[in-house]
Design a protein around this ligand. Structure first.
Ligand SMILES: Cc1cn([C@H]2C[C@H](O)[C@@H](COP(=O)(O)OP(=O)(O)OP(=O)(O)O)O2)c(=O)[nH]c1=O
Length: 207
């Protein structure tokens, strides 16, 4: 049987600048070693910014807030938004907004954009990408919407749902990266770290 080949950090320390348990989980799943330092960056989208610009700018802000005080570290920040009809849906502020969001998404296709930024101040590296995934929801009855709200799951999630949680029942299909919807496009993040020599692949035979 094939053994899992985790991604091991070389001697370059890595910080995840995020309070999101989902992002920590995704990086752990990929076998990365890192510490979490939560950024206190303001998460407001600048007026007039397009959804892509917004995801990029917020992920940069989060990474930079931590990178500046940790110049010898690789710092990863990310921001996830849901976009429908050109409207940006972040995390709902309460029950009413969550209800509006889920209602808006029912029976339609929307985009999930995650911006991720990887900074290393001492090395002069500033890298930002925005990855997009299309998600199609089933049609939702008012009862289903109320029931989902009553689970409490929607409240700290962009677009007021969690594809990885109970909200999986909402999703008819997706096109693009699944982990991008959960909060971090793991494939692209790993690719960048591999290219920079921050991580390497190990096998059972390595000492
Ligand atoms: C669409 C969707 C979003 N989300 C989550 C991912 C993010 O944690 C959150 C979007 O909010 P973000 O502002 O991107 O992240 P955060 O506030 O949770 O953490 P931090 O700013 O410290 O990095 O929504 C899911 O968990 N599942 C989903 O299906």
């Amino acid at each position: 049987m094939e053994t899992l080949i985790p991604h091991k950090c070389t001697n370059e320390p890595l910080i995840l600048a995020s309070a999101s348990p989902r992002r920590s989980y995704l990086l752990e799943q990929a076998g990365l070693e890192f510490q979490v330092i939560v950024s206190d960056a303001d998460e407001t989208c600048p007026a007039g910014a397009s959804p892509r610009e917004c995801a990029a700018m917020l992920s940069e802000k989060k990474a930079l807030a931590v990178a500046e005080s940790h110049p010898g570290h690789w710092v990863l920040g990310a921001d996830t938004i849901v976009v429908t009809d050109g409207r940006i849906l972040g995390k709902p502020s309460g029950m009413e907004e969550a209800r509006d969001m889920i209602t808006m998404l029912g029976g339609r296709t929307h985009q999930v954009l995650t911006g991720f930024s990887i900074f290393h101040v001492d090395k002069g590296v500033r890298h930002t990408e925005v990855i997009s995934t299309q998600v199609t929801f089933k049609s939702l009855s008012p009862d289903e919407i109320e029931w989902y709200l009553s689970t409490g799951e929607p409240f700290d999630k962009a677009g007021a749902y969690a594809i990885q949680g109970i909200g999986t029942f909402l999703v008819k299909s997706i096109s693009g990266s699944y982990t991008n919807v959960v909060g971090l496009p793991v494939c692209e993040v790993i690719e960048f770290f591999m290219a920079q020599g921050v991580i390497m692949r190990t096998s059972e035979n390595d000492g």
